[in-house]
Design a protein around this ligand. Structure first.
Ligand code: MIC
Ligand code: SF4
Length: 801
């Protein structure tokens, strides 16, 4: 039996999909059915638990996100002691079903997991080799060279995977989020991933949450994972995307509305008829970029598109189980569910959007982009078009792009600028190749890169335009300064893959494919017709090179040695951090007095705190990667990049130096320090290095106008105390060299409830004043702070048991 909403949407899908899409849905031949036991959520158990929680909550109607979250609460009768959950306040103890890690973040995650002393993972987990693959000459050569360059790291990851029974996806297999969608995601599931775009799996109607490695260690060790019950934003979709508008344009538009902070502490839950006429991979694009507005994650009710996608990827048994759970009302919101905010978007009216530069929330409708470029005085030149990444590398994306390439080829056109394409997975690559999508992209001048993050994470070896202002268009999700090619003058504009492709044929930023034409040598004019893709391949997916894939659910091999070379420059065993409290701290249970290292100005993303690109190679070596601490951050005192003042310098030391150098001096002096930072500090990724590195150099407290969610938790995990200014204007009252002392932390650590911590500031002049800050520390998080890190705390618990 299907639920009424599913019946309704099935009818909508048939009525409204394009002829080509309908053909795709009707005739695709699914991959052979996989064994699905380990990837099917335990629906009966989850619904039983949800019943218990609903009873505790007095039977109020629940949103879908609440249902998924609450059905994963660890021991609800014990943990929900006060009989209610207040969204935005109550801390939930959750039991995620699975963990996914990518190669860059997996290194620190595994180093931390190893030091917890367990012999196997408590939940199924996977490792994906995708971030360390370069983008230079083309798929095969780049892959080969990347394996050579990163052999030591891949060997480490593979041996750890073998030891602990983790599925290991080899280099070349694809980008973590695409692979999770193709293989592990399932409606109603709760999973964690050590990457901020983990929410991509929300395209399959689940909650997938991006976290730092230390949070993943909670799930891997079977420790309940804590999350403050998020607020829920309901987004009602009506109408239907048409013409050039794609799911990417929906989220680009929403990013403009919500801004990079609008989703903080909130889940975006979509509903309404406009959800049901979209493909599963289209929904994944929308969920993926919820990360760009800071949302905890995004999700959708179960749709026929999800069912077809599960079947097409060999998971019909999961679809059958989900059908049943949906018929019992589990996979959609209850009638009358309440949202903290409601937004309504009519997809029929949505115009493509181009977002950027340098921030994903600067949205300009395509029709106004030409005049925007002119107003800004930028050159009307596109210097490269890039498609792919975890956001936009589905079969539907690639076939839509190929449709445009075919039209252009028939008109005798080639792309005017470099046109790079990164398929999301080996399965997509092989299916594209079989269906002549690759041929047509190459025919018009495209270069197909390895199935990996590539240019999206700065692995793009770009020799042209060095140090020169230039504009690129990408179908990626992030566009922070210097991210793609290391050039801070490269303006990355985010758009749908089809808009990127059409513009690559024109070479101009002002080109609007909806209304403009391109001059042909014959004197005729060529105009694109709106692109059409196929959501699923009519001949089914082909898996490609299966040697890249892991064997499912491998048994741990405890005798495997996880090798880290003694003199390795890439990997380093983690030394536990020392607690801030103890005989060395005369202030007892207050933090030791901290000298302010710097006041950081404006946007400071995790890319600013711990840059990627060339630094990716040090992700497993804390000492080496710490050399990049805050190297692109702006010092508010003087406005310079990567300059810090050292007011206690010795006669042989300079008064200013790079930020990592000054941090190193503080460490050498055993001087605990603090940072004062602006709004949305730590925006962007799940990169826990951005918390580990300041802690490594002796940072103990960061006072912000506001924090991004994942980063704030990452700081807490490493025992750096994040504090929020009660009065944001106090930011300017504290400068480098001032000394700050906490007052009230002792009460908190002794179990007293208090929302505020006072900060006593002693200026360099000797003047003293107090300011108020707010904290968001739960009682568990206070234990991490006291122990010196969450891992120290977990380790001592495991040792005790
Ligand atoms: C990113 O897109 O910034 C990354 C690289 O995927 C990061 C993860 C990391 O830095 O390890 C993310 O999004 O979390
Ligand atoms: Fe990889 Fe880019 Fe996606 Fe991050 S955003 S996972 S770097 S493709």
């Amino acid at each position: 039996m299907t639920s009424p909403s599913l019946r309704r949407c099935a009818a909508t899908a048939c009525r409204t999909s394009s002829p080509r899409q309908a053909r795709g849905l009707a005739t695709h031949a699914p991959l052979p059915e996989k064994a699905c036991a380990s990837i099917t959520p335990p629906y009966a158990q989850l619904q039983e638990k949800l019943k218990t929680v609903k009873n505790i909550l007095g039977g109020r109607p629940l949103s879908l996100a609440e249902k998924i979250l609450y059905s994963h609460i660890h021991n609800p009768t014990e943990t929900l002691t006060d009989g209610k959950i207040t969204r935005g306040e109550t801390y939930l103890q959750l039991s995620p079903e699975r963990v996914a890690m990518q190669d860059a973040s997996a290194q620190m995650t595994l180093l931390q997991f190893m030091s917890a002393g367990m012999s196997r993972c408590a939940v199924p987990a996977s490792i994906h080799c995708d971030h360390l693959i370069r983008a230079e000459t083309g798929a095969d050569k780049d892959l080969e060279q990347s394996i050579v360059n990163n052999q030591e790291v891949f060997d480490f990851l593979e041996s750890a995977a073998r030891k602990y029974g983790i599925e290991f996806w080899r280099p070349g297999s694809g980008i973590i989020h695409q692979i999770v969608l193709e293989n592990y995601a399932a409606p109603g599931m709760l999973m964690l991933g050590t990457d901020s775009h983990t929410p991509n799996a929300g395209g399959l109607g689940m909650l997938a949450i991006g976290v730092g490695g230390a949070d993943a260690v909670d799930a891997l060790t079977g420790t309940p994972w804590e999350l403050k019950a998020p607020q829920i934003v309901g987004i009602k979709l009506t109408g239907k995307l048409n013409g050039w508008a794609t799911p990417k344009d929906l989220i680009l538009h929403l990013a403009g509305k919500l801004t990079v902070r609008g989703g903080t502490g909130r889940i975006l839950e979509y509903f309404g008829p406009g959800v049901f006429n979209q493909s599963c991979t289209g929904l994944a694009t929308v969920a993926n970029m919820g990360a760009e507005v800071g949302a905890t994650t995004s999700t959708f009710p179960y749709t026929p598109g999800m069912r077809s996608y599960l079947a097409a990827t060999g998971r019909a048994p999961v679809a059958r189980a989900a059908d049943q759970a949906a018929s019992q009302g589990f996979l959609q919101a209850d009638e009358g569910a309440e949202y903290d905010e409601l937004i309504e978007i009519n997809l029929s009216e949505l115009e493509p959007s181009i977002n950027g530069p340098f921030t994903p929330d600067l949205a300009t409708p395509l029709s106004k982009f030409g005049s925007f470029v002119k107003e800004q005085g930028w050159k009307d030149e596109l210097s490269a078009g890039l498609i792919g990444s975890c956001t936009n590398s589905s079969y539907q994306d690639m076939t839509s792009v190929a449709d445009l390439a075919r039209q252009a080829k028939e008109a005798g056109l080639k792309t005017k600028v470099p046109f790079l394409c990164t398929p999301g997975s080996e399965q997509i690559r092989a299916t594209m190749e079989r269906d002549q999508v690759t041929d047509v992209l190459e025919d018009v001048g495209g270069l197909v890169l390895a199935n990996a993050c590539g240019p999206c994470i700065g692995q793009w070896k770009r020799d042209e335009k060095k140090g020169e202002e230039n504009g690129i268009l990408t179908s990626f999700n992030r566009n922070f300064k210097s991210r793609n090619d290391g050039n801070s003058q490269t303006m990355n504009f985010l758009a749908s893959p089809t808009v990127v492709t059409a513009m690559a044929f024109s070479g101009k930023l002002s080109f609007n494919p909806m209304s403009d034409s391109i001059d042909l040598p014959s004197g005729e004019k060529f105009r694109f017709t709106p692109p059409r893709g196929q959501d699923l391949p009519s001949q089914g997916f082909t898996p490609g090179r299966t040697s890249f894939y892991p064997s499912p659910m491998p048994e741990p091999q405890p005798n495997t040695e996880v090798v880290i070379k003694k003199d390795s420059q890439r990997l380093e065993l983690l030394e536990p951090f020392t607690s801030h409290f103890g005989p060395h701290n005369p202030r007892g249970l207050e933090l030791p007095a901290c000298e302010v290292l710097m006041r950081v100005r404006g946007k400071c993303t995790t890319d600013h705190i711990s840059a990627a690109g060339p630094w990716l190679k040090y992700k497993g070596h804390l000492t080496n990667i710490s050399e990049n601490l805050l190297i692109t951050a702006v010092n508010d005192e003087g406005g310079e990049v990567n300059i810090a003042f050292d007011h206690s310098h010795t006669p042989v030391e300079s008064e200013t130096d790079t930020i990592p150098s000054v941090a190193k001096r503080f460490k050498a002096r055993n001087q605990t320090w603090a940072l004062v930072v602006d709004d949305n500090y730590g925006e962007g990724s799940a990169r826990e290095h951005a918390a580990l590195q300041p802690r490594f150099y002796g940072g103990a407290v960061i006072i912000a106008r506001s924090f991004a969610r994942i980063h704030e938790t990452n700081l807490k995990k490493q025992a750096i105390l994040p504090l929020w200014f009660v009065d944001k204007s106090d930011y300017t009252r504290i400068g480098s060299g001032d000394v700050i002392e906490t007052i009230g932390l002792e009460d908190l650590l002794n179990g007293k409830e208090r929302p505020h911590i006072t900060i006593r500031v002693t200026k360099r002049t000797g003047e003293t004043f107090d300011i108020q800050t707010r904290h968001t520390m739960s009682s568990d998080q206070l234990k991490w702070l006291r122990a010196g890190s969450a891992l120290n705390h977990i380790r001592s618990k495991i040792q005790q048991s």
